[in-house]
Ligand binder design. Structure first.
Ligand SMILES: [Zn+2]
Length: 170
């Protein structure tokens, strides 16, 4: 699982708290603590929230399994990845019947198509393919720069590519 984005705020109160909004962890840490204690609170809350939130809750999928089945859910996922890691401009993203590729991205129309074979796929794989296609908006070629951009949202992209090959055989 990819690490969620974390926003930390400090306020003058006794307790620290945290919640998840749109896939981002928002922490409210007590400013009365020592620097070391603050770090401890941040680490503990982050660990708890990361463990607790499922994909479904993070991205408001219409199902509890945390898998993407519809174009709307796909759009929410792409939007969340894009907002957290990139900020590229894309028009739309939807599932499309395509057997030869996992995804395509048109630089002209800024439209992304994801293969229908990934409907209901393991989230990590879909996450990787969506991030991959988003990154083409910033770098058209599969060069070193491209992979370094991909790794921002998907540090384990190498493993995902291998798993995707295996997934394609099913
Ligand atoms: Zn590509």
């Amino acid at each position: 699982m990819n690490k969620p984005k974390i926003v930390v705020e400090y306020s003058d109160k006794k307790n620290s708290s945290g919640k998840v909004i749109d896939g981002t962890i928002h922490l409210n840490i007590s400013s009365r603590l020592s620097p070391l204690e603050k770090e401890k609170h941040i680490a503990k809350l982050t660990e708890n929230l990361t463990g607790k939130i499922s994909w479904a809750q993070r991205y408001q999928f219409g199902n509890s399994e945390g898998i993407v089945k519809t174009d709307e859910e796909l759009f929410r996922l792409a939007n969340a990845i894009n907002k957290a890691y990139y900020n590229f401009t894309f028009q739309n993203i939807e599932f499309h019947k395509q057997n030869s590729t996992w995804g395509t991205c048109s630089l002209k129309t800024k439209q992304i198509f994801i293969s229908h074979r990934l409907i209901g796929a393991p989230m990590e794989l879909l996450w990787y393919v969506v991030a991959h296609e988003l990154c083409h908006l910033g770098e058209p070629s599969h060069n070193q720069r491209f992979w370094s951009i991909v790794s921002r949202a998907c540090p384990n992209y190498d493993e995902c590519r291998k798993r995707l090959k295996a997934f394609g055989l099913q």
